[in-house]
Design a protein around this ligand. Structure first.
Ligand code: NCD
Length: 326
């Protein structure tokens, strides 16, 4: 087992070896979900706090489910009803939770870099659950896990995603999911194409390990293994970036017609929440190609793996315990 990082703030904290290790751990944790009682004692006595300064449905519930399945105690901090309304700072909030003996803080914040700040204040391990437009590493890990699973179902046994052709479509510029996914997918060898209107693509591709970036989704469709549809981040947009939602859907929406032009085996992912009828058609979101509910299901196993990895990282004995535990 390679050394685990102290925190998971970016996909880059793991690197290729760390990603593969988390995905392999997630394999064994996914099996637990199939049991009549989907729970193991692996993290008994540890405390995991979700510290969310921004809205969330699936990420927060997914982390809480993951912690509970590992028998950790959970605490949940949300901005509504907290002392933030009395002007308490990020630092004081973080230090207060830390003083209660929390082992892992799962932090979501509207400002890029906030989880890294929290990490500098506390002795707990910190997991970035989405910070502004920066990163969302566990989303990328669960996406990789889901694509690896789809590949395995098609007969491939490899841990990596070598040669997989992925289009990430839509609002790349405002998307922390796209940033983390590009890092993780490229580390595993996928070939990535960014597709969207120029106003929603990164201003420069420096530091983006991608094969292409452009506006012609139709030209790519016949060659793709994966279409990763992003949510239009309407809450983060200045006005004037899009002529209209209708025009956006017409050019970049994954419609039933476009989905028909994909190769037979191609799959569709979306991190949720979906704007049905805007970036993805209802029929496509509910079609057999869609892996959206697999993403949600796999998210729990992957987050179990992340919690375990951070808390037991460099210790070989702990790896053996994990192997035995499920
Ligand atoms: C994403 C997020 O909040 O970054 N959702 C999620 O965590 N599944 C994506 C989004 O909001 O578009």
């Amino acid at each position: 087992m390679s050394g685990a990082p102290r925190h998971l703030l970016s996909v880059a904290d793991l690197g290729r070896a760390g990603i593969v290790e988390v995905l392999r751990l997630a394999d064994s944790f996914a099996e637990i979900a199939e049991r009549p009682i989907p729970k193991v004692p692996t993290l008994r006595g540890r405390t995991v706090a979700t510290v969310f300064f921004e809205a969330s449905t699936r990420t927060r519930l997914s982390f809480e489910t993951a912690a509970k399945r590992l028998s950790a105690d959970t605490m949940s901090f949300g901005t509504a009803g907290s002392s933030l309304s009395k002007g308490e700072s990020l630092r004081d909030t973080a230090e207060t939770l830390d003083a209660m003996g929390v082992d892992v803080m799962v932090v979501r914040h509207a400002a890029a870099g906030a989880p890294a700040r929290v990490a500098s204040y506390v002795s707990a391990h910190v997991v970035n659950a989405g910070d502004g437009q920066h990163e969302h590493p566990t989303q990328a890990l669960l996406d990789c896990f889901t694509l690896r699973e789809a590949r395995a179902a098609a007969g491939a046994a490899a841990d990596d995603l070598e040669g997989l052709r992925v289009a990430i479509v839509g609002d790349v510029r405002h998307s922390r999911v796209a940033r983390s996914d590009v890092l993780a997918l490229s580390a595993l060898g996928a070939e990535i194409h960014l597709v969207g209107p120029a106003t929603l693509l990164p201003p420069s591709l420096e530091g983006w390990p991608v094969k292409s970036a452009g506006a012609d989704l139709d030209a790519l469709l016949g060659e793709l293994d994966v279409v990763y549809v992003l949510r239009l981040q309407l809450e983060r947009m200045r006005t004037g970036l899009l002529p209209s939602l209708r025009e956006y859907s017409a050019r970049f929406g994954l419609t039933a017609g476009r989905a028909r032009r994909l190769p037979e085996s191609a799959v569709v992912l979306h991190p949720g929440p979906m704007n049905r009828g805007v970036e993805i058609d209802d029929a496509v979101a509910s079609s057999p190609r869609s892996r959206v509910t697999r993403q949600v299901r796999n998210g729990v196993a992957v987050r179990m793996a992340v919690l375990f990895h951070l808390l037991n990282g460099p210790d070989q004995a702990a790896t053996r315990t994990a192997a035995a535990a499920p």
